[in-house]
Design a protein around this ligand. Sequence first.
Ligand SMILES: Nc1nc2c(ncn2[C@@H]2O[C@H](COP(=O)(O)OP(=O)(O)OP(=O)(O)O)[C@@H](O)[C@H]2O)c(=O)[nH]1
Ligand SMILES: O=C(O)[C@H](O)COP(=O)(O)O
Length: 248
Amino acid sequence: MWALLPLKDFVQAKQRLAGSLTVSERRGLFHAMVEDVLTILVAHPGLTRIVVVSDDPAAQLLAEHYEVDCWSERDLNARGLNDVVTAALHRVADLTKDNLTNNTAAMVVHGDLPLLSGQELTSLIGRHAELMLEHPSAVSIATDRHGQGSNILVCDPANIPRFAYGSESRIAHYNAAMAMGLPAQVINLPGIAQDIDIREDLQRLLATPVNSSAKHTLLYLQQAGVAQRLQQLDGNAANISPQAWSVS
Ligand SMILES: Nc1nc2c(ncn2[C@@H]2O[C@H](COP(=O)(O)OP(=O)(O)OP(=O)(O)O)[C@@H](O)[C@H]2O)c(=O)[nH]1
Ligand SMILES: O=C(O)[C@H](O)COP(=O)(O)O
């Protein structure tokens, strides 16, 4: 199976944390989360090829460091997550069209999943393989903890659903598969489900055991002083005004 990791420009990442983290902290956090995700992806025996899809030079450097491919959005002639993922999957379909194994599924993985683990990837790949017995172009969606997002989506690059990342994408992707007559499943895996979008997600992450897979992320949050600041603010939350949570 292929894995595609679309990454937006790092300074633009994690806008929903702008009230709690500085620009440099959001960038550092995103970089650390991507390192955690790449660490798990490159170690997984079920992934035949891993491709970062990004125009950011930092993404290119990470791809080199982890010895994976990097495709640029410019080369794909696409902009915005849905177009970029669609174009990248078309390229995968093109590159795999002569593959006779009938096993050319691809997963689209988001960069903000520091608690992604090898066991969960194995479980997702296994469950997708079972659904592929019903139809080779089946769709599996590993959703977020609210059941609304598509944190990892697995599909057939040669027969992709219409991508609709954004709010409530899980239901949109499920319906898109159904409209194409493809079997689809929604899978809940607790690590994959914990994407980091808002401050509450960071608090939950900081409460996880230090031996979790989020090693780069937890180390970054400690070293940058973000963990201490959030914990201190949380401790004082009852006594301070909401503005005190913000950073300028
Ligand atoms: N290559 C590429 N990746 C993108 C783009 N937009 C989002 N992504 C990636 O897609 C995944 C989900 O991203 P989003 O939810 O849109 O953005 P985010 O940075 O996680 O969060 P917010 O800025 O708070 O919305 C992350 O891995 C992003 O880096 C894009 O335009 N191009
Ligand atoms: O549809 C989605 O899953 C969102 O666009 C992207 O995910 P996020 O919740 O990680 O930002």
